[in-house]
Design a protein around this ligand. Structure first.
Ligand code: 5GP
Length: 120
């Protein structure tokens, strides 16, 4: 079972405007901003505006409109940044074994160099 949503997590605070982030995209359903500790030349986090702990929580509870809006936003961020031709990687950690650190769903978008094999 997914843990209850903790409104004090760092991405909830970013959504409320309480702490700054380098925004790259903002719409009704999603916010995208640069990761504070980038693991690739381009490392962006895309998050839903709703209060969801993880991909598990979001996929179980979110409305069709939220899911469609979020998935389309992830694709749009990559297209708008010109990343489709060179390529990019999406990653979402869920739960303890994944080392998910922030309990608000985020999809990592990595690009800007050859990324190598998964889990390298
Ligand atoms: P996770 O390990 O939960 O999948 O990823 C959390 C990510 O959030 C990490 O890549 C980390 O660098 C990033 N992060 C943590 N705190 C902040 C913050 O305050 N601002 C931004 N922009 N990124 C953060």
């Amino acid at each position: 079972a997914t843990q209850p949503y903790d409104d004090s997590n760092i991405f909830a605070r970013i959504l409320r405007g309480e702490i700054p982030s380098k925004t790259v995209y903002d719409d009704e359903h999603a916010l995208a901003f640069h990761d504070i500790n980038p693991q690739a030349p381009t490392h962006i986090l895309v998050i839903p505006k709703g209060a969801y702990v993880s991909w598990d929580d979001f996929s179980a509870r979110a409305s069709e409109a939220e899911i469609a809006g979020f998935v389309r936003a992830v694709g749009k961020v990559a297209r708008d940044l010109g990343l489709v031709a060179p390529g990019y990687r999406l990653l979402a950690n869920v739960g303890r074994d994944s080392h998910q650190e922030v309990p608000h769903l985020h999809v990592h978008l990595f690009a800007g160099r050859p990324l190598g094999p998964m889990l390298a």
